[in-house]
Design a protein around this ligand. Structure first.
Ligand code: ASP
Length: 355
């Protein structure tokens, strides 16, 4: 059981790389940080997700999947807004036959009466077999994972987005999208990935940038207004891993070099004062129909969504715009992740169907 043999104080103060070492103990259990995954995990999860989506196409296949975890219950504890992550986790659970409970508005739970989040999560663990949680508090999922690991009912916690910090399962679906997009082009190795927008506060960028380290000769280019440029800790991680990266504020110049452009929205919910981000001219960082001609013919445009005006809707019809596909990939990779946590990966891979 990960996190059982360490005090909270020691764990809390570790760097993410060291934390990840604890999470890698034994089989996959808590999913908290991008750092806990390896290239091998990513390849396996991608393969499993593709296998699951093929099986689910046939009614018999879907029935087989829905029988696998019918005896399990999942709690979705989302105290921060979510559409795709929440619904794709719901759908992933349904594909595996898992029944679902949810708290999305803590003003309807006993947290309004002053109950701590720790006590809420311990309560969930009494009724459910896995807790999938999103919170505006960075590091809360880690704390809850530690609390449960050290309780008499340790159940896995999946971090579905924590503060400005990490969104590891979004990074998994982003990697899966890149794997599929570059399937016939030698995979992710050697590609140039361009991140655009609010790179300072976008947690999806942080988690994906960390996972991309596992691929050979990948170049990461961060394009943002100086005030929203990627944080120093990510640059330090990339430098320590000898990853080639560049910072830029000239979007148009970078577009022709991209194999994938990863657009993001301005995360103004984190502004320290109202209107802070609105004062920054971000329009130079919008992808419009005009930019399509600058982009390689086989490049892809991604976005974790929701979008505002950073990708114009005219771009949606271009075959290189893969953000809707990316979103669907989230359901399959999350299904693969949950199946793996509950030890069903090999059972699924062995399934032959009627062919
Ligand atoms: N949906 C993503 C997240 O939860 C991206 C965003 O909100 O901009 O971080």
């Amino acid at each position: 059981m990960p996190l059982r043999n360490i005090s909270w104080e020691s764990f809390k103060n570790m760097c993410p790389e060291d934390k990840a070492r604890y999470l890698k103990e034994g089989k996959l259990f808590h999913v908290l940080l991008a750092q806990q995954f390896s290239r091998e995990n990513l390849d396996k999860l991608g393969m499993l997700a593709t296998h699951i989506r093929r099986i689910a196409k046939e009614k018999e296949g879907l029935i087989f999947l829905q029988e696998l975890l019918r005896h399990k219950r999942a709690m979705l504890y989302f105290s921060q807004p979510s559409t795709r992550t929440f619904l794709s986790f719901c759908a992933a659970c349904q594909i595996l036959g898992i029944s679902i409970g949810e708290v999305r508005d803590t003003s309807t739970s006993s947290e309004l009466k002053g109950e701590s989040q720790e006590d809420s999560v311990r309560t969930f663990s009494s009724y459910f077999d896995i807790i999938i949680m999103r919170s505006q508090i960075g590091g809360l999922a880690e704390r809850m994972a530690w609390v449960l690991s050290n309780s008499e009912r340790p159940v896995p916690i999946i971090n579905a987005g924590s503060g400005k910090d990490q969104h590891p399962t979004q990074a998994l679906l982003d990697i899966y999208t890149l794997q599929r997009s570059f399937e016939k082009r030698g995979g992710i190795d050697g590609k140039t990935i361009v991140f655009v927008g609010d790179l300072l506060r976008g947690r999806t960028v942080r988690s994906l940038s960390i996972l991309l380290r596992y691929y050979k000769d990948v170049k990461q280019i961060f394009v943002a207004p100086p005030q929203l440029q990627v944080a120093q800790d990510i640059m330090d991680i990339l430098t320590a891993s000898k990853v080639s990266f560049e910072l830029s504020s000239d979007f148009e110049k970078v577009i022709p070099r991209a194999d994938a452009i990863y657009m993001t929205r301005i995360q103004d919910e984190w502004d320290s004062e109202k209107g802070e981000s609105a004062r920054i001219d971000t329009s130079k960082y919008w992808f419009t129909a005009r930019h399509l001609s600058l982009l390689k013919s086989d490049a892809v445009i991604m976005h974790p969504l929701p979008r505002r005006n950073e990708i114009s809707t005219e771009v949606d019809h271009d075959p290189r715009a893969v953000y809707w596909r990316q979103m669907r990939n989230g359901m399959w990779i999350r299904t693969a992740l949950i199946a793996t946590i509950f030890g069903q990966d090999q059972v699924i891979l062995n399934y032959q169907g009627n062919n």
